[in-house]
Structure formats: C-alpha cells, structure tokens
Design a protein around this ligand. Structure first.
Ligand code: AMP
Ligand code: MG
Length: 545
C-alpha cells in the first residue's frame, strides 16, 4: 500500500486528490475530523494539538501497514494538523484508496481507533470562546518538534511516577474482625501468635504401640489402649506398652511408637519383629511454641493461612474490609454481550473483564453504564450518588482520552475527585486518569480491552492492594523464550506475554482492542523506552498476572 503521512501547522487543503500513481481504483474514501464548537458540553473556540512528529509519523505508517494485511487497500494519505485549530477547521484528514469500498471503510474505521490510542498526537487544551482573536493557524505559529517532545516528557508521567502517586494515595482502610469463613482473600491486619504449644502434647503419628524410648525388652505387656481423643496420662515402666492410634496424645514424654505392622501381638503382649529408626512421635511444641508469631500483618489469607488461623484458635481475625467498588462503562457504541451489535456498535467486554480481574479482591461491585453525553452521565451519577459516595473505588471504563465525548475527567471532577494525573508515558494505557477524594480513589481506564487489562494489573491492582493493606506485587526477572520484535518507542511498553517453564513468550497484539491475546496472557513484559527488539534468551522484567 502506498502511504503518505504529513503533520502540519497549516490549514488542511479543501481538496486532496488520491495519488496519481495508483491508477484505477474503485473507491477513494475521504474522512475529515473537524473541530466542533463544543467540548464536554462547553462552548470552545479552538483545540490545541501537540505531537511528537517523527514518532507519530512512524507509528501512523506502522498502523496502516499492519491494518492493510487484513484490509488490503491501494493507498492512504493522512494529514494531521497540530497547533491551535479553530472551530470548523480540519484537524485530521484521511484518504484511502481501495478496489472496493468495504476495505477502505474497514481500514479507516480501525485506523481512527488506533490513531487515538497509539499515536503520540494529543489535545493539549480546549480554548474558551473569544480566546483566539487572531487564529494562530495561518503559519505564524511554528512549534519546534523539540518542544512537543519536551511536552511528552514533562506532561505525561512515567510508570514509576504514576505508581508512586497511586501507592501513596491508596492508604489502608480501617480493619475489622471477620469469621474465618468470610476471610478468604482478605489481608490480615494483625500479628497472630500461638497461644499454646502445638502440638500441645506428644502425639503418635502411627497406629501402633508406645514404649519407653530406650526400652530394649524382648516382650511388652499392653497396659492401656488410647483412641485419638483419649487423654490418660501415666508413667510407663520398662517392658510396658500402650496401644495408640494416629493422633493419640501419648500418656507421658520420652516415648516412641512402634508401628503395628512391626510387632507380633499375642493376647496382651507384643514382640517387636522389625526395628525402626523413626520415633513416630510429634513432640510437644515441635511446630509452634506458645507466644511465637505465626502470621504477620499484610498476609493475604489463602486456604493454608486460614487453616493455620483455625489451628491456633484465631476464629475472628482482624482483616481488611470487603472493598466497595462502583464500575461504569461508557460509550454509546457499547451493547450488552447478548445483543447483536449493529454497524458501529461493539459488545461490552470490559464489564466482565473487570469483574473477573476483581475476583482476587474480596469486594462488592456495582456496575452500570453511562450514556456518552455529559449531562446524561451526570444525572445517572446523581441517581447512584449514595453508592458512589460510599464506594472505596470508582472505575470508569472508556472516555478517558481527549475525544469530544470523553468526559471521564470532567465527571470525576464533578464527583469531587481531584485529578492526580491524566496521561502516562507508557504503552498501552497512555490516557489513564487517576483521581482522589479523601481516602477514595478513582480510575478512568482507556476503553480498549488490552489497555484495560494492562492498566488494571499495573495500577488498579496496586491501589486495591494499598487500600487493603497488602504489599504491591513486584516485577520479576526472567528470560525471553522467544524474541520480542518491536520498533524503538519513546514510551515504556508493557507487552502481554505467556509465561511457561521455557520462559516468556511475547504475544502478538495488533491493537489495544485485541482481546484475543488476553486468552493466553499471564504476564506483562516491561520493555524500557527506546529499547526496540529483544532477543530470545535475554533477561527481561515482567509482572505475573
Ligand atoms: P475509549 O477509551 O472510550 O476511547 O474507547 C476506546 C476503545 O475501546 C473504543 O474502540 C471503544 O469502542 C472500546 N470500548 C470502550 N468501552 C468498551 C467496552 N465496555 N467493551 C469493549 N470495548 C470497549
Ligand atoms: Mg468511548
């Protein structure tokens, strides 16, 4: 496919012809994105765009090339304007030539989504009415590329910076006591000590006969029989044996148990027919001593730790509360999974994705959908005011970017959240919004499923762990089992991967909307900025998911 890309500060021409070189084509599909007079319900006079031009051009070419594999087209001409663009003027022009209109339409539709997601061109601000008496559009304003690059670095936070802000904002919520049956997955918030020795007495680990440790008698007289629950202390003498069951409390200390398979019993006497080295006794305090710490605060309670709590009699441990989470999806194109989407619509995969990702965190979730219109979103939020106000975490899927209808930032502000950041220098997931309102936190997650998944594991999980009082998950190091091919990118990248005993296999994802790759993903590889391809065998940092 012939590709032409241009970033310009100039007015985009009224007429742009298809390239002459492509000769006969069935369709020349043209699209113009024009600056509207309104942004999130407010009147504006212009939008200001900035770009990292070389990278943007490279990324646009890469996207077009990869899309043309599925939607073969003849040529594409993309012109994106940057700087201040007054209302009514074109911000982006795309012309696609193809043999049949279907291919051009499909390619254009996907391209526009990816452009917003992956290309470093962004809206810096919306200018209020009357703020541009003299439009800066007619070639007078010529920003240097280095300024745009500087903006990218200074405006957008790095992963580490964003992570640190999230962790410091997400402080442990007050703990409470919960019965063991309701404590799975919660975080222990107290030090738990053994109140007695465990075992509390010497116990047999076999069905057999207890005798004195150093007794070398030929035969033994059976003087008593003990079942598992019996407690009959007595001192044994040389030549005496007590019949015991597995788990029986032994009648005194300094005994050993001979397995019943290794004795010959005649009436009330036994003879040892095979000598054993093992004493077959769990000694008092062997596992825990009274007063000893058995669990530290911050421990995530799993089946094993709950069994230990039960063992030491801690039946109502002090634990983190169940989190209350409100999750909104946004986007008028989003329909429930049981509906057949009409052209332009897409099934909602994020609701169930978020629900699944939250499984690890004991929580109560309220999910709802917001229409893509600020005033209707506000009134829906009003209706759910009580739920939102009592939620520990508010998640909003989609609408986090800078499109005309992306209102998440404004909605969070309207709900009293202070926006801590709204742009990251990472891939995918650049348009992530994070806000705080007292102890409560909110995220505006980019709507694409891969960005969603990545942002959840990198950031939302860190906040949730902070709120429940758990340590955050650490990145690990491991070898790549297969090579990772990528162009050097100024943004740090988190690539979905499959981790198996051979190492990490980077997974192919052609776009952030690529839900297919999530099927196999169980790790995210952290690719440093400007790194490019990494060879098989090289060590990388990764986060298990
Ligand atoms: P947004 O972040 O709102 O710009 O959305 C980015 C992309 O994610 C768009 O292609 C949306 O159609 C898609 N998207 C948004 N919400 C959902 C959802 N709930 N399920 C699946 N895809 C979604
Ligand atoms: Mg949207």
């Amino acid at each position: 496919m012939e590709i032409e890309v241009q970033l310009t500060h100039e007015l985009i021409a009224e007429k742009i012809p298809p390239p002459n070189s492509i000769g006969a084509h069935g369709a020349w599909l043209e699209f113009r994105g024009v600056v509207r007079a309104e942004e999130n319900g407010r009147a504006i006079s212009a939008l200001e765009y900035e770009a990292y031009p070389e990278m943007a051009e490279r990324e646009i070419r890469r996207i077009l090339k990869s899309l043309s594999v599925r939607h073969p087209c003849l040529a594409a001409k993309i012109v994106h304007r940057v700087g201040v663009i007054p209302v009514g003027e074109t911000a982006i022009y795309a012309g696609i030539a193809s043999s049949h209109r279907g291919e051009a339409i499909a390619l254009l539709a996907e391209f526009m989504n990816l452009l917003k997601q992956d290309v470093p061109i962004w809206k810096v601000r919306a200018l209020p009415p009357s703020s541009i008496t003299q439009p800066e559009s007619s070639g007078t304003e010529k920003r240097q590329p280095s300024q745009a690059a500087e903006k990218l670095k200074s405006g957008a936070l790095s992963f580490d910076e964003a992570f640190a802000k999230i962790r410091s904002a997400s402080q442990p919520l007050p703990a409470l006591r919960a019965p063991l049956a309701e404590a799975f997955g919660r975080v222990l918030r107290e030090t738990v000590r053994a109140v007695e020795d465990f075992p509390a007495y010497d116990r047999s680990t076999r069905d057999g006969y207890a005798i004195l440790q150093n007794d070398s008698s030929e035969t033994f007289q059976i003087v008593d029989t003990l079942h598992a629950a019996d407690w009959k202390p007595r001192q044994l003498k040389t030549g005496e044996a007590v019949r015991v069951a597995t788990g029986s409390a032994l009648p005194c200390e300094k005994l050993r148990v001979v397995m019943q398979e290794n004795v010959e019993r005649i009436g009330d006497t036994i003879k040892i027919i095979r000598l054993e080295n093992a004493a077959n006794v769990r000694r008092r305090g062997e596992e825990m001593r009274a007063g000893q710490t058995v669990l530290q605060p911050g421990t995530v309670l799993n089946a094993g730790t709950l069994a230990l709590l039960a063992t030491v009699g801690c039946a109502q441990p002090l634990v983190s509360p169940r989190l209350r989470i409100v999750h909104f999806t946004t986007g008028d194109e989003v329909v429930p999974p049981d509906q057949v989407p009409r052209p332009g619509e897409i099934r909602d995969s994020n609701s169930i994705l978020v629900r699944g990702l939250l499984q690890k965190f004991p929580c109560d979730i309220i999910q709802n959908h917001l229409r893509e219109d600020f005033s209707s979103a506000k009134s829906r939020a009003e209706m759910l005011k009580a739920e939102i106000e009592s939620a520990d975490v508010l998640l909003i899927s989609g609408g986090a970017s800078v499109g005309e209808k992306d209102f998440t930032r404004d909605l969070l502000a309207h709900l009293g959240f202070q926006i801590v950041f709204d742009r990251l220098n990472i891939r995918p997931g650049a348009p992530l919004i994070f806000g705080v309102n007292g102890p409560r936190v909110a995220f505006g997650l980019p709507g694409n499923p891969v960005s969603h998944f990545v942002c959840f594991h990198l950031f939302v999980a860190a906040a949730l762990r902070g709120l429940v009082g758990a340590e955050s998950e650490n990145f690990l190091r491991g070898p790549l089992a297969s090579g990772l091919e990528d162009q050097p990118n100024p943004r740090e990248t988190f690539t979905p991967a499959r981790l198996d005993p051979a190492g990490l296999h980077p997974l192919k994802w052609t776009s952030s909307g690529d839900v297919t790759c999530l099927v196999e993903t169980n790790a995210l590889i952290r690719v440093p900025a400007n790194c490019g391809s990494i060879e098989a065998g090289d060590e990388v940092e990764f986060l298990p998911t």
